[in-house]
Ligand binder design. Structure first.
Ligand SMILES: C[S@@+](CC[C@H](N)C(=O)[O-])C[C@H]1O[C@@H](n2cnc3c(N)ncnc32)[C@H](O)[C@@H]1O
Length: 223
């Protein structure tokens, strides 16, 4: 398992996770402090075995990289892409549909305004990119909430078994993630073009992020 992140957060989290799951559980993990947009994917994605992608870094640039650089490399293999921070509005409480705030205008804050696209409810940019991608390629975009409610929720025996296995406290039918695969789809796919950012683009990106963070800090209007 290879995990890529810009931050050093895993250093702090690692010990706490290890205390719960044990050292062995973490052995297959290579947690690298790397930029997804400049990482060399060839070596880690070579091979033909099943491949699972957990996508939890936000923004249009990352979405372009996942859909245009990573996905074409695994499209012919058994693969599954899981995306965090998207909720299924069909299973959300009705008050979640109310605005109570201005429009979502881009960004990835997770708090404040969110966006409704069909039954996707999200506050992160890749929700737009993924709906665009799956619509163009005519593939299904599935929610874990839907699977949980339809495959688990109506079966009390399964619910009881699961609660017994993981504990009442951890059991929930709200997942907050969607998934898709190109396996079993039409076969001919279109992918967005991805270009690795050069040094200037990387500097400009850092400046934009810094300015946005400062603006949020100073005026509080961005939320
Ligand atoms: C919502 S957090 C999720 C982190 C982790 N999955 C967790 O649950 O703790 C989003 C993470 O994406 C990372 N990220 C954003 N852009 C990135 C990029 N271009 N390359 C690598 N990581 C990136 C950020 O550093 C941030 O830690």
């Amino acid at each position: 398992m290879v995990s890529l992140c810009l931050s050093r957060d895993w250093r702090a989290t690692r010990g706490r996770v290890r205390d719960i799951v044990g050292k062995e559980w973490l052995r297959p993990l290579r947690a690298l402090r790397e930029d997804l947009l400049t990482f060399e994917y060839g070596p880690v994605l070579e091979g033909t075995g099943p491949c699972r992608i957990f996508w939890d870094a936000h923004g249009f640039d990352v979405a372009e990289c996942v859909l245009g650089e990573i996905l074409p490399r695994v499209a012919a293999r058994d693969h599954l892409v899981v995306m965090h921070d998207l909720a299924d509005a069909r299973y959300a409480p009705p008050e979640k549909a109310l605005y109570g705030h201005g429009l979502w205008k881009g960004g990835n804050l997770g708090l404040g305004p969110s966006l409704r696209l069909g039954h996707i409810d999200s506050a992160v940019e890749q929700s737009v990119s993924i709906l665009d991608f799956t619509s163009r390629n005519e593939i299904l975009l599935n929610s874990a909430d839907h699977s949980f409610h339809t495959e688990l929720g109506s079966d009390q025996t399964k619910v009881s078994e699961m609660k017994a296995a993981i504990g009442e406290e951890l059991f929930s039918l709200s997942a907050h993630w969607f998934w898709f695969t190109l396996n079993g789809g039409p076969g001919e796919y279109t992918f967005p073009r991805f270009r690795r950012p050069n040094a200037f683009h990387q500097w400009a990106r850092r400046m934009r992020a810094r300015t946005a963070a400062r603006c949020r800090h100073l005026c509080g209007m961005c939320r």
